[in-house]
Design a protein around this ligand. Structure first.
Ligand code: RUB
Length: 322
C-alpha cells in the first residue's frame, strides 16, 4: 500500500514551512504517523511495518535539521516494530503518536513554569525567530505578574519574528521588533536572551535558527545571560556516535527577489536556515526535566537512549593492524 494522500499533504505542509518550529513539526509528524496507521487497509503485520517505515521516511525527508522530527518518528516506529500482530501494531502506532503529542505539549508547559523563574521583574528579554518553548517562558513570566519587555528579531529571510511579535503583543507583553543586524546595538539594554532549539548535540551545542550564534556572541560580550528553552526530545542521540547535524540550506529566492536572480544569473546566494551555538556561549538549557548546564546534554541522552546506543556501538567493528 502506498503512502496516503493525507500524509503527502502533511509532509508538504512541513516541507513548505506552513507547519514550522521544531516542536510543531514533531507533533505534526507524529499525527501523520497516526493518520497513516488508521488508513492502512491491509491485514499483514510485516507489510504494515514496512509501510510505516516508508511513511516515516517520507516525513523524515521534509526538513533535515530538527532532530525532534526524527525522534518523534522513531518513537512511533519503535513501538510498531515491537508489535506481534497487525491489530497490536495499529493500536501501538496510534497510541504512541497520541502520547508523543501529549508529552510534547506537557513539556512546553513545564518548561514555561521552570523558565519563568529565571526571568526577573523588570527584565528586558531578547528572543530570536519564533520558538513556542521560548515564548511560553516569556508568557508565563508575564502572567505571573513580572513586568517584562521583549525585543524580537525580524529573523530574515522568512520573518518568523513577526509571528513572535504578534503572539507576545496579543498576550499584552510590550514587544519591539528589531532588524537582526541591530542585536548588538540593543544588547546593552537586554538582561537575558531566551531562544528555542531545533537540535541539541551531545556536547551541549544548540542548533537553532540562523543568527542565534551571533546573538550568543553579542550576549557573551555584554555578559548577558543566554538561555535555551527546549524539550529533551530535541536532543540528538546520533551525535553521541559522532554524527554531525545537517544544516538545511534553502533556496536563494528567500533572500533576493526572483526577478533579481533572473536579471543577475551569476549572483551567488547562500541561505543556511540554522547555525550552531557552542556550549560555552550558553548559560543554561531549560528543559521539562529541569534547568541544566549545556554539558549535561550527554547525561540526558544516555538516560534516554543508553541501551540503544550501546547496541549500536557494539556493531562498530574496527580492524586493528599490527
Ligand atoms: C524555527 C526555529 C525555532 C526552533 C524551536 O525554525 O529555529 O527557534 O524550531 O521552536 P523554522 P519550538 O521556522 O525554520 O522551522 O520551540 O517552537 O520548537
Amino acid at each position: 500500500m502506498g503512502v496516503p494522500a493525507e500524509v503527502h499533504r502533511i509532509a508538504l505542509l512541513i516541507k513548505s514551512m506552513r507547519v514550522r518550529g521544531a516542536g510543531r513539526i514533531a507533533r505534526t509528524a507524529a499525527y501523520a504517523m497516526k493518520v497513516a496507521a488508521q488508513k492502512y487497509s491491509g491485514n499483514d503485520l510485516n507489510e504494515f511495518k514496512s509501510y510505516m517505515r516508508g511513511v516515516a521516511q517520507l516525513l523524515g525527508s521534509t526538513r533535515p535539521t530538527a532532530v525532534s522530527l526524527h525522534n518523534a518518528l522513531r518513537y512511533v516506529l519503535n513501538r510498531v516494530e515491537r508489535a506481534q500482530s497487525i491489530e497490536e501494531a495499529v493500536v501501538a502506532a496510534v497510541s504512541a503518536a497520541d502520547s508523543f503529542i501529549e508529552a510534547s505539549l506537557n513539556a512546553v508547559g513545564v518548561i514555561s513554569e521552570i523558565g519563568s523563574k529565571l526571568i526577573e521583574d523588570g527584565d528586558t528579554v531578547l528572543t530570536h525567530c519564533n520558538s513556542s518553548a521560548a515564548l511560553a517562558v516569556l508568557k508565563a513570566a508575564h502572567s505571573s505578574g513580572k513586568r517584562i519587555r521583549v525585543y524580537a528579531t525580524e529573523t530574515r529571510p522568512k520573518f518568523q519574528g513577526l509571528l513572535s511579535y504578534r503572539e507576545l503583543a496579543e498576550n499584552g507583553i510590550p514587544v519591539t521588533l528589531i532588524p537582526d543586524s541591530a542585536v548588538r546595538f540593543v544588547m546593552r539594554e537586554v538582561d537575558k536572551v531566551v531562544v528555542g532549539a531545533d537540535t541539541v548535540t551531545a556536547n551541549g551545542a544548540v542548533i537553532n535558527k540562523v543568527g542565534t550564534s551571533l546573538i550568543a556572541l553579542a550576549a557573551h560580550e555584554a555578559r548577558v545571560r543566554f538561555y535555551v528553552a527546549t524539550e529533551t526530545y530535541k536532543f540528538s542521540p546520533a551525535t553521541v556516535l559522532g554524527e554531525l547535524v545537517t544544516i538545511e540550506e534553502r533556496g536563494p529566492e528567500e533572500v533576493v527577489p526572483l526577478d533579481l536572480l533572473t536579471s543577475h544569473p551569476n549572483l551567488k546566494v547562500r541561505n543556511p536556515a540554522f547555525d550552531v551555538t557552542p556550549p560555552d556561549y550558553i548559560d543554561a538549557i531549560i528543559t521539562e526535566r529541569g534547568v541544566i548546564p549545556p554539558k549535561a546534554a550527554a547525561v540526558i541522552l544516555l538516560e534516554d537512549y543508553g541501551a540503544t546506543l550501546a547496541e549500536e556501538l557494539a556493531t562498530i567493528t574496527i580492524d586493528i593492524e599490527d
